[in-house]
Structures are given as structure tokens and as C-alpha cells.
Unconditional design. Structure first.
Length: 198
């Protein structure tokens, strides 16, 4: 897999530093006794980030999972977010939800999920993303916690994939253009966040 990587954008060591900083910021905001923090990990891309973030937290935290799609049959985001895997909590009015994403680009997914979970009656809803591509924003949405801003490059690793590959790389790398420019059609559910898709 490493032979397909053009360059390492964020090393494993730097990822650890970013996650430690984010955990400290989250602890500061959710340490009050009346807070009940629940991480909402957006599958599949955020699972490694969510696990690392949860491990770094020194305060109680629960976790739920959602899976969404905003691509339909094309490679360009439609802006209409479909929920493919949901969670149900009868105690949602007592929960402080933190949506955990691997990357935000257009902003459609996080904007829609924030609105949806607020409408369901969560006590609070915030968002945390490991990577941010502000150049790609299509809606006026900014996450509450951001790991780092990156350029508009095709990135993989640490949960991010191309055709379900490269998720298990321990760093964030820039994929060589010849890999994703191949005539083989990529899977639609895995392309979020990369420049050939939005």
C-alpha cells in the first residue's frame, strides 16, 4: 500500500499529538458533573479516529455509531444525506452528543446530522473532525473541534480509504493520482472528502 502513497501528510506521531489536544479540549468542555458525553462515530471512516479519541479521554464517554451517504449513484455529493445505519436512545434528551468525523469538506453531512440530532431532542450536539478541507465547503458549517486543516488533496489512511483500501495505514498520506485516476469505477460509499468526488 505504501508504494501508492505520494507523500505522508500527517505522521503517526503528529496524529497522536492532534488527538491528545482534541481530547484535552473536549475534556475541558464536558467535565462538568451534569454532562453526559456520547461520541457518535460516523462509519466507516471515523472509526479509527473515534477509538483513539475515546482512549485519550480522561472523562466518562459513551459511543454510538451512524452510517450515512450523500452520493447516491454518482461521484458528486447530492447534498441529500441518507442514513444507512442509525441509533436509537430513549434517553436522548439527557445526552450531550459529539459527532465524530474523519474529514469535513462540503459540510453537508455534518450540517445535516447536527440538525437531525438536535431535532431528536439531544441536550446538546457538537461536532469533531480530524481533518478539515475548508476550500471545499458548500454550506456555512464549521465543526466545534478541528484536528487540522489540510489542502485539497486526495488523502487516505487512519480510517480514510479509496475503494476500501488504505484505511489501516497508521498515517494520513496523499494518494498518487495514477491510483485514483484508473478506469476502474470506485465504490460510492467511500469517497467522501477527496477531490475527485465533490
Amino acid at each position: 500500500m505504501k508504494s501508492d502513497i505520494e507523500s505522508v501528510l500527517i505522521s503517526q506521531k503528529e496524529l497522536n499529538r492532534i488527538i491528545a489536544r482534541l481530547a484535552a479540549e473536549i475534556e475541558r468542555d464536558y467535565s462538568a458533573p451534569d454532562k453526559r458525553l456520547v461520541l457518535v462515530s460516523i462509519l466507516k471512516g471515523s472509526v479509527m479516529f473515534a477509538a483513539a479519541l475515546m482512549t485519550a479521554l480522561k472523562i466518562p464517554a459513551e459511543i454510538e455509531f451512524m452510517r450515512v451517504s450523500s452520493y447516491g449513484a454518482g461521484t458528486v455529493s447530492s447534498g441529500n444525506v441518507r442514513i444507512l445505519l442509525d441509533f436509537y436512545r430513549p434517553d436522548i434528551s439527557e445526552l450531550d452528543l459529539l459527532i465524530v468525523e474523519d474529514i469535513i469538506d462540503s459540510g453537508h453531512t455534518l450540517s445535516s446530522l447536527t440538525k437531525l440530532l438536535n431535532e431528536r431532542g439531544a441536550r446538546s450536539v457538537r461536532s469533531c473532525t480530524l481533518l478539515d478541507k475548508p476550500e471545499r465547503r458548500e454550506v456555512p458549517f464549521e465543526p466545534d473541534y478541528t484536528g487540522t486543516v489540510i489542502p485539497d488533496k486526495f488523502v487516505v489512511g487512519f480510517g480514510l480509504d479509496y475503494n476500501e483500501k488504505y484505511r489501516n495505514l497508521p498515517f494520513i498520506g496523499v494518494l498518487k493520482p495514477e491510483v485514483y485516476s484508473a478506469p476502474e469505477r470506485p465504490s460510492m460509499s467511500i469517497m467522501k472528502g477527496n477531490p475527485t468526488t465533490k
